[in-house]
Ligand binder design. Structure first.
Ligand code: GCV
Length: 847
């Protein structure tokens, strides 16, 4: 009878959980990843007991939208974690309460309470005080936003099960600018977005349903992010059309309750492209007037509008150079229109010539930002911020800090970091970027011979600038996980936390994120923290080590390996690898002179090969393959070894994650496992492509004999083929042996067969096949007549070609094989995808 009751009760409990959002602790909720770090999952009984004496009422002092949001959010969070519905009050009750309000309002109800001195806006103070004789918790903000940030901080403390008994914490943001950028196009696609289509736009208009936008603003606010540029820097002039502005106003309405300011990217040629003028010369009075009227029109509809982001004279975008004008002429024209309303212009320093002559060894794209903007220092208005990518090239896996960050003393600046993993595995590869960002933010530029870390320069603290800070290119989309993978959300989280406080450590941030995202189970926390913390270095090892650049296909997807794609073109992402050596000579003495853009102390670090750290050697110097690193290894052997080590580490991530089965909800467990397995296969594609390319270029073999020797592989082209035909893959290193087989029309089905000749035992069989995005071909693997696996190649990888972007691995584990066994791969093509595959690898099953 009891057992029967339990059976009936459980579904009712779950059902009521669904209705109220309250879940009993210990029952794994179905989780899509949508709630990210704001899950407010039920705490354990022990933790709940700790918070038993929390006051039952939440009083908000004031009725501004952000304050109302603060109260709702606090009640929502407490209900989720503690399973209790706190009372919402607008007046002090005759009992203890949690009081929310700005400093002034709190002071009015609690005469003896003294507001702290906080240097900058949006700070908050969490404390306890006696109010009308009752012990109260006070969440007070310097601004309404500060109150909301205080609420999120308080809820985070609960989720992390921290002690609240001696609550007394003051926090304030490091810098005023803490913005995200989205590269969303009006048709709904997102440039370099890997989490689905735009949450803002579809088919040329703003979406009717903006509930996702409000949820995004909530995530942003929980980190203290206060602005969002909603459209691509490659901006569509239509953004400024009069009939479009009311649509943008709807986005601003969705942001407002969360204290997030709306901003937009603008096409600098808009006065001409959509404004009806014959010019967009920033010094032409008609153009200035046009911007002024347009900005006034915007503010009439969006009074809290944040400002403009501008990409001009870059990658084909029109800019002031069309009229012989400078970036300061351009930025100031816009800034003067925005200034009366308190708006800001973010002018991107990503200005360079992408038709550089690669034959000239003195040409260097890395020099461009400093060469262009440093001479203009002091010429920008005070409401202009120069937005500078962290490195001088373009979000590569490792770059030195952009010298321009130390090159502006009389100009506001913001650092642009990329959350979306354009060059870092596009959310299919685990790559936690906080350690990289920290290395940048903590780097001392030694400007004027004093300690000037990047975080202080961009925050405007060194030269006492009125504004500045942090911009993160987020590119979240409609995918339930926002970024396309739950573990990639650690990067959005880390960006927000660092923008608020760049002194936080990568490990403290990931520890918070893991616990908020997956719960406080020590095994989960330890495992996920360790994987995330090592993942950037892992990614670097099997892609582009030693500062060479990511080595990806820079002319296309920026995803799979494409070593040669950087060379012999005007884009300037050169690594200059040839038969003798590799790397760009950027020294002052013999190279492009780029090193001379740094302060003397930093120049000393990079000018000579002897001083340069190994991890940036090839960014700064051209050396022979036999050059011996500080580590004692030659450059070529380091390239080989790091690729093998990185690949091995990803394989271990799979094993480590598998230990979490049952400790993480099934849905996210499976999602992350699938991604890690994929990554383990794609890391091998990277390893082989890069190592074989350098083996061919250098002619120097791998001392450990691994590169070019794959004893466990059976190449598809060497199998007995029926219907399948071999072909050359371009570039050759994108396939094992340079060849693959395909089942081209009109053939409907093909097979490739081989005989197993090794001793009897348990084996893993891996099929390396190509999953293009223009078809869904089918594969079957048969052992004799027994079907041992089948699958559809239906992933949406970023290419329609057979190559390193699409090369994918399917692992069939635990097969009992006997000498003489016939193994057959059958492929059924679909659309333009011809069920191509590369090889089969058979290795003994791990113990
Ligand atoms: C939005 C890189 C990216 C482009 C991007 C550009 C930029 O080149 O590949 O997609 O354009 O940077 O930051 O403007």
């Amino acid at each position: 009878m009891l057992a029967m009751r339990a059976k009936i009760l459980l579904p009712i409990t779950i059902l009521s959980g669904l209705i109220t959002g309250i879940w009993p602790a210990g029952i794994a909720r179905a989780e899509s990843g949508y709630d990210a770090w704001l899950r407010y999952a039920p705490l354990t009984a022990a933790a709940k007991a700790k918070y038993k004496s929390l006051p039952a009422s939440v009083v908000v002092l004031g009725d501004a939208p952000v304050l109302r949001t603060s109260q709702d959010e606090l009640i929502r969070g407490l209900r989720g974690m503690l399973g209790r519905t706190f009372r919402a009050e607008t007046k002090l009750p005759q009992e203890s309460a949690i009081i929310l309000g700005d400093f002034k309002a709190v002071r009015e109800v609690a005469a003896q309470w003294r507001a702290p001195v906080l240097a900058s806006g949006d700070g908050f103070w969490l404390t306890r005080a006696h109010v009308h004789g009752f012990d109260c918790i006070i969440i007070a903000g310097a601004t309404d936003r500060g109150v909301l940030y205080g609420v999120f901080h308080f809820l985070r403390k609960l989720a992390l099960e921290e002690d609240l008994s001696n609550l007394n914490e003051k926090h304030e943001p490091y810098a005023p600018v803490r913005w995200v950028n989205q590269w969303d196009n009006l048709d709904g696609r997102i440039e370099r977005g890997y989490g689905g289509r735009s949450i803002f736009f579809d088919n040329g208009t703003v979406r009717a349903d903006l509930s996702r936008v409000a949820d995004y603003a909530r995530l942003l606010a929980s980190l203290g992010i206060n602005g969002c540029v909603v459209n691509n820097v490659n901006a569509n002039p239509r953004m400024l059309a009069s009939d479009f502005l009311p649509q943008l106003a709807r986005i601003a309405d969705a942001f407002r309750p969360w204290g997030v300011q709306l901003a937009i990217s603008v096409d600098f040629s808009s006065p001409k492209a959509m404004g009806g003028l014959e010019t967009f010369d920033p010094l032409d009075l008609r153009v200035a007037e046009w911007w002024k009227e347009k900005v006034d029109e915007i503010y009439r509809q969006i009074p809290d509008f944040g400002g403009f982001l501008v990409k001009a004279d870059s990658e084909g975008r029109l800019g002031p150079s069309s009229y012989g004008r400078t970036p300061s002429d351009a930025a100031n024209a816009l800034a003067r229109a925005l200034e009366p309303h308190g708006g800001i212009v973010f002018y991107r320093a990503f200005v360079y010539d992408h038709h550089l002559d690669w034959r000239n060894p003195k040409n260097d794209r890395a020099r461009a930002a400093y060469d262009i903007f440093h001479p203009l220092d002091g010429k920008f208005d005070d409401n202009v911020v120069i937005q500078i990518k962290n490195g001088p090239i373009d979000f590569q896996v490792r770059e030195p800090v952009s010298p321009l960050i130390g090159g502006l003393e009389k100009t506001n600046e913001a650092i642009e970091l990329q959350i979306t993993q354009e060059y870092m595995g596009q959310q299919r590869h685990l790559c936690y970027l906080a350690p990289m960002w920290k290395a940048v933010l903590d780097f001392d530029m030694h400007v004027s011979g004093r300690a000037t870390p990047v975080k202080d320069l961009v925050a405007g603290r060194v030269f006492h600038r009125p504004t500045g800070g942090f911009a993160g290119v987020a590119n979240v989309g409609l995918d339930a996980t926002w970024l396309g993978n739950p573990v990639a959300m650690a990067n959005l989280y880390a960006f927000g936390r660092l923008a608020w406080d760049p002194n936080l450590s990568s490990s403290a941030i990931i520890d918070e994120w893991t616990r908020l995202t997956f719960g406080n189970d020590p095994l989960v926390v330890k495992t996920v923290d360790a994987m995330q913390l090592s993942s950037w270095h892992t990614y670097e090892s099997y892609t582009g080590p030693l500062g060479i650049g990511t080595l990806t296909d820079i002319l296309g997807s920026h995803y799979g390996p494409g070593v040669a794609s950087s060379e012999n073109n005007g884009w300037g992402q050169w690594h200059r690898a040839d038969h003798d050596g590799v790397g760009m000579d950027r020294s002052v003495a013999t190279g492009t002179g780029y090193v001379g853009q740094y302060s003397p102390a930093v120049q000393k670090l990079y000018e000579t090969t002897a001083a340069t750290p190994d991890n940036l050697l090839l960014f700064f110097h051209h050396v022979k393959y036999a050059y011996v690193l500080h580590s004692g290894k030659t450059v070529i052997q380091h390239i080989y070894d790091s690729h093998y080590e990185g690949t091995q580490r990803v394989k271990e991530y799979v094993r480590q994650w598998e230990l979490l089965r049952g400790h993480v909800d099934e849905d996210r467990y499976a999602m992350v496992l699938a991604r890690l397995k994929y990554q383990a296969g794609h890391a091998i594609v990277w390893r082989d492509a890069v190592c074989n390319w350098f083996l061919r270029a250098s002619g120097i073999p791998d001392a450990l004999g691994r590169v070019g020797h794959y004893p466990n592989r059976i190449e598809a082209e060497s199998m007995q083929l029926q219907g399948y035909a071999p072909f050359d893959v371009q570039p050759a290193e994108a396939a094992s042996g340079g060849k693959a087989v395909e089942c081209a029309p009109p053939t409907q089905q093909c097979s490739a067969e081989f005989r197993f000749t090794r001793p009897a035992g348990w084996y893993e069989l891996e099929v390396q096949y190509f999953d293009q995005n223009d078809g869904k071909s089918k594969f079957r693997v048969l052992l004799g007549d027994q079907l041992v696996d089948e699958w559809v190649a239906d992933d949406d990888l970023p290419s329609a070609k057979v190559g390193s972007d699409t090369s994918t691995r399917r692992c069939i584990s635990g097969l009992a094989l006997r000498p003489g066994d016939e193994i057959r791969i059958e492929g059924t093509p679909d659309g333009n995808e011809h069920a191509a595959f590369d090889y089969v690898e058979i290795s003994p099953s791990p113990e």
